[in-house]
Design a protein around this ligand. Structure first.
Ligand code: GDP
Ligand code: MG
Length: 357
């Protein structure tokens, strides 16, 4: 990324309206470096520490950050929502979120601000997809599947849906009801904002994978994200199937907001929807093929972009096989056999629907 082409410099009026927020949990090894580098580009940095036991908060404070201390561990999503709230109260117009573990390069902040100056209403997301060779294989594959479904829910192609390096206009966040916690919240924002009509714009960002550890629990967190995304889509298409010409269906009365108020109800609801999602998807396909003369341009989010429902049905039928192949590959690797059958499978069944159809 060439910083010389940036129009923005620290002190620019737009930059002074932007706050950088950092959720940090046991990040004592990296937080000083991240805060120091971020402060070269903006004047205000807030670190949120919810129960770190390694002195993260003190180090962040010494490095020059404002620190929000939360007594017990609440997870990344919860902490992000508190950081957004604080930024609104402090009078900022936009926030940049950056990870505390050194996976994002603060030198890219001017590019985010530049993109914001040009497109002030958009969400700007760092995309690492152009650096495939630097991304662990399992992560890269899951990024492809996530991209397939999250882009469908958000009504637009989003190159990298999993990167936490983003710029959000705060007025937009204020207008969304966010009910999730942990690692789902960032996906929830993309889906609800996109489904409301907000443009989600990706800019290139370096893929940095370090051995600083991750708090992401592959099975639990991936299951939670999958449950949310599939349920959102099934409910979105339930609505779109019966209405003409309306691709953007998010409103405050969205069923995910209603069920999301109660954790148990929401888990129960999502579990049922995920179990029935494959047959429901086929049902929608039949509706898509047969109802178009009665409800003109139903499933507008797909029709407008020429996305073929058959590809979505095919991908959904493949989900159980993806799981089986992953388990098979993992089992084989335990006994020393390396199989790489999943990569081609994913590229084939979870393509970029926007550019290929
Ligand atoms: N405050 C806070 N930050 C968290 C928590 N979980 C993750 N983070 C932060 O969120 C960022 C991304 O988390 P990480 O575990 O590295 O996820 P990964 O990069 O997706 O593997 C890092 O900056 C973490 O410090 C949490 O429970 N509380
Ligand atoms: Mg990380």
């Amino acid at each position: 990324m060439d910083n010389n082409t940036n129009t923005y410099r620290k002190g620019h009026t737009v930059a002074s309206q932007i706050c950088v927020v950092i959720p940090a949990y046991n990040a004592s090894k990296t937080i000083n470096d991240v805060v120091t580098k971020v402060l070269k580009h903006v004047s205000h940095v807030v670190v949120a520490d919810d129960g770190s036991t390694d002195g993260t908060a003190e180090i962040a404070r010494k490095a020059g950050a404002d620190v929000l201390t939360i007594g017990r561990n609440r997870g990344k999503g919860h902490v992000l929502k508190m950081l957004f709230q604080k930024s609104v109260e402090d009078g900022f117009d936009a926030v940049i979120t950056i990870d505390a573990d050194g996976q994002h390069d603060p030198e890219e902040i001017p590019s985010f601000i530049d993109a914001h100056i040009l497109h002030p209403g958009d969400i700007i997301v760092g995309s690492r997809m152009h650096e495939q060779e630097k991304i662990p294989r399992a992560r890269y594959n899951s990024m492809h599947i996530a991209r397939f479904y999250i882009s469908l829910a958000a009504n637009q192609f989003i190159d990298d849906t999993q990167c936490g390096y983003r710029l959000y206009p705060l007025s937009l966040l204020n207008d969304l009801i966010l009910t999730t916690e942990g690692y789902i919240t960032e996906t929830e924002i993309l889906i609800k904002a996109g489904d409301k009509g907000t443009v989600i714009r990706c800019i290139d960002s370096k893929a940095i994978y370090t051995d600083n550890g991750s708090h992401y629990r592959p099975v639990l967190d991936t299951t939670a994200i999958t449950g949310f995304v599939l349920t959102y889509l099934i409910m979105k298409w339930f609505k779109e199937g019966f209405i003409s010409d309306r691709p953007f269906t998010y409103t405050h009365n969205n069923i995910m907001n209603l069920t999301g108020k109660h954790k148990i109800i929401s888990i129960f609801f999502q579990a049922i929807i995920v179990v029935i999602s494959i047959p429901v998807c086929s049902l929608y396909f039949i509706e898509y093929l047969t109802m178009q003369n009665i409800v003109k341009n139903n499933f507008a989010s797909l029709r407008r972009r020429g996305i073929k429902f058959s590809k979505i049905v095919r991908a959904s039928y493949m989900l159980p096989f993806v799981l089986m192949i992953i388990i098979g590959e993992k089992t084989a690797s335990i006994v020393g056999i390396e199989i790489r059958s999943i990569d081609g499978f994913i590229k084939r069944y979870y393509p970029d629907l926007w550019s290929r159809s």
